[in-house]
Design a protein around this ligand. Structure first.
Ligand code: SF4
Length: 377
């Protein structure tokens, strides 16, 4: 593969939202629309980029995540994108994604983003049921979410929607109806996540007080399996535990990450990994904006063993699995070494499929992913 080892994805974090959702532990702070420092944030991104060792690397994909990067003025976002292309050895045909919320995207904004070089939108729909959207503390309602999807699908080359399951009282039938409604808009990709309760969130606090419970384990498993059937019937491939796409429409950015590729992280709270060095930027936007360069708050060097474990953790989430030659090229280690007995046991029980090239977990065992991976650590 051309430029292998130096292929790099870029993740740009935009750290603001119009409102903080009660379940969210991403680096994001609430801001009023009129107060977003559009150009200053681009300037800070460009400053950070100038200090990152990316010359000679080939840019694989760009993902503007958040937060709500669709609040960023498309021209200012486009300036950050142009700087990225200029800093790398960038091919013409890159996947460039922007995360959006239904309240911050419409046909006009999508056209402006396309003009800026964006070719993929990932829209945080989460639900198309008004009661569940209220439970999630979202600003949009079901009609608004579907309207946003219908408006952008004809404008943007590629559109993905995020959906959530595992909410109290949400059955597999409920989730199937939500998937059907979203697929009817023509999206080519859906990320279907289970709601999890993170400790440092409002939901975390409610959960500790016994005032919030999620769907029981059995309902969760039924919904996960039902979702797969519904997506499959729609011609989509379940290519990662939480992701479904029409053939040829998988997210290149996420696949690069699951394959353990290097990624440049830019922006407040962004994490990056280049040449086995992992760093995290200061998540406080005001600190990031004021910093003369990168404003890192954390760094570590990943040892080859750590990188193998990470490759297993990420690769086994996908239908592609873990390729032994890729892991060997990146770490100098054979991913099977020292795990022969655990692998043999899991192969015998049907949890793993192994050939000379790779190992993977068959779809029907994906619900047991965590236990299988833990066994291989
Ligand atoms: S819109 Fe997304 S990133 Fe922003 S607070 Fe809600 S879940 Fe978090």
């Amino acid at each position: 593969m051309m430029g292998q080892g130096l292929d790099t994805s870029a993740y740009v974090h935009f750290p603001w939202c119009l409102k903080k959702c009660p379940y969210c532990d991403f680096a994001s702070a609430a801001i009023r629309r009129g107060e977003v420092p559009h150009e200053d944030y681009t300037d800070a991104i460009v400053r950070e980029l100038e200090g990152r060792p990316v010359a000679g690397r080939r840019l694989e994909s760009v993902f503007f995540g958040g937060g709500t990067p669709s609040l960023w003025d498309p021209k200012a976002l486009g300036r950050a994108l142009a700087a990225l292309r200029g800093a790398f050895d960038a091919g013409g045909d890159l996947e460039i994604t922007v995360e959006c919320n239904p309240t911050s995207i419409d046909a006009e904004k999508a056209a402006a983003l396309r003009e800026a070089g964006v070719n993929r939108l990932s829209i945080g729909v989460q639900s198309v049921n008004d009661g569940r959207l209220r439970f999630l503390g979202r600003l949009h309602d079901a009609a608004g979410a579907l309207r946003a999807l219908e408006a952008v699908v004809p404008v943007m080359e590629r559109v993905s929607a995020d959906l959530m399951f595992g909410m109290p009282g949400q059955t597999a039938d409920d989730f199937e109806a939500e998937i059907d409604a979203v697929l009817a808009t023509g999206v080519e990709h859906v990320s279907a996540y289970a709601l999890t309760i993170e400790p440092d969130t409002q939901f975390g606090a409610l959960h500790r007080k016994g005032r919030l419970t999620l769907a029981p384990e059995g309902d969760f498993a039924d919904t996960f399996e039902r979702a797969r059937e519904v997506f499959r019937a729609a011609g989509m491939i379940h290519y990662e535990v939480s992701n479904h796409a029409l053939p040829g429409r998988t997210s290149q950015h996420n696949q690069h990450y699951w394959r353990g590729g290097d990624y440049l992280g830019l922006g407040a709270g962004a994490v990056g990994t280049l040449n086995g060095r992992r760093y995290k930027n200061d998540p406080r936007p005001e600190r990031y904006l004021a910093a003369p360069a990168a404003a890192e708050v954390f760094e570590e060097t990943l040892e080859p063993d750590d990188r193998v474990r990470e490759a297993l953790m990420l690769g086994l989430r996908t239908d592609e699995g873990v390729r032994f030659d890729t892991v060997q090229a990146r770490t100098g280690l054979d991913a099977r070494a020292g795990r022969e007995r655990a692998i043999a046991r899991r192969v015998a029980s049907g949890d793993l499929v192994v050939d000379d090239e790779r190992m993977r977990i068959p779809h029907e065992r994906w619900l047991h992913l965590d236990g299988i991976v833990a066994d291989l650590f």
